[in-house]
Design a protein around this ligand. Sequence first.
Ligand SMILES: [Zn+2]
Length: 123
Amino acid sequence: MTKPLDPAAVIAEFIDRVAPYNPQPDADPVAVLGVRTALGEDVFTLSDHVIRALCRAVESYRDPEDRGDCANCGGRHLDENLHCRDCGQLHGILGQVIADHVRRFAASPRPDPSQPASEIDSP
Ligand SMILES: [Zn+2]
């Protein structure tokens, strides 16, 4: 069983990890962050150093489901096979191989349906 995520405890641990590296430990706090969840609530006063670190951590976060945008429709719901759930486009190496094959097939000369197949294949 996984233990429940306690956001206030996570913020407190983050501050404990980052604050010792504040180059100006005596500077006044610049931000107040309140966290209230079913597990409790806490209010943190944050130094410039800590709030900047928190912002960088938040900015660098990517959702595990984030596999990029669909090149075809711009949708953001690619499944684990890089298949767009919105328009059906297939991405990644397999998607590129299939797209290249489709392009080659579309560009190849079409047999003239008025001629028998044996005449098309003979040089
Ligand atoms: Zn798409």
